[in-house]
Design a protein around this ligand. Structure first.
Ligand code: FES
Length: 79
C-alpha cells in the first residue's frame, strides 16, 4: 500500500487541508484505489509557502488546492 501525506500544519490548515483531504478521498474512491493508496494526515513537512503540501509515497511534494486537486491527482498520483 502506498501512502499520501496531506499536511495539516497551521499554514496548510489555513489554506484548506480539509478540502484537499476530502477531494483526495473522493478521487481515491472514484478510481477504485482504496486498496492501493492510503491517505495520512501529517504535521508540517517544511513546504509551508506552497501550502497545501501533499507528499507522494516517493517523497515528492506537490502544492495542492481544491481547484487543482483533480488534475494533480490524475497526473501524479494514479497508479
Ligand atoms: S504547514 Fe504544511 S508544509 Fe508547513
Amino acid at each position: 500500500m502506498k501512502s499520501i501525506k496531506i499536511c495539516i500544519g497551521s499554514a496548510c490548515h489555513l489554506k484548506g487541508s480539509y478540502e484537499v483531504i476530502e477531494a483526495f478521498k473522493k478521487l481515491i474512491k472514484e478510481n477504485n484505489l482504496e486498496q492501493e493508496i492510503e491517505l495520512c494526515a501529517s504535521f508540517c513537512i517544511g513546504n509551508c509557502k506552497e501550502a497545501v503540501s501533499v507528499m507522494r509515497w516517493d517523497g515528492v511534494v506537490f502544492s495542492v488546492d481544491k481547484e487543482n486537486a483533480k488534475d494533480i491527482f490524475e497526473r501524479e498520483f494514479k497508479i
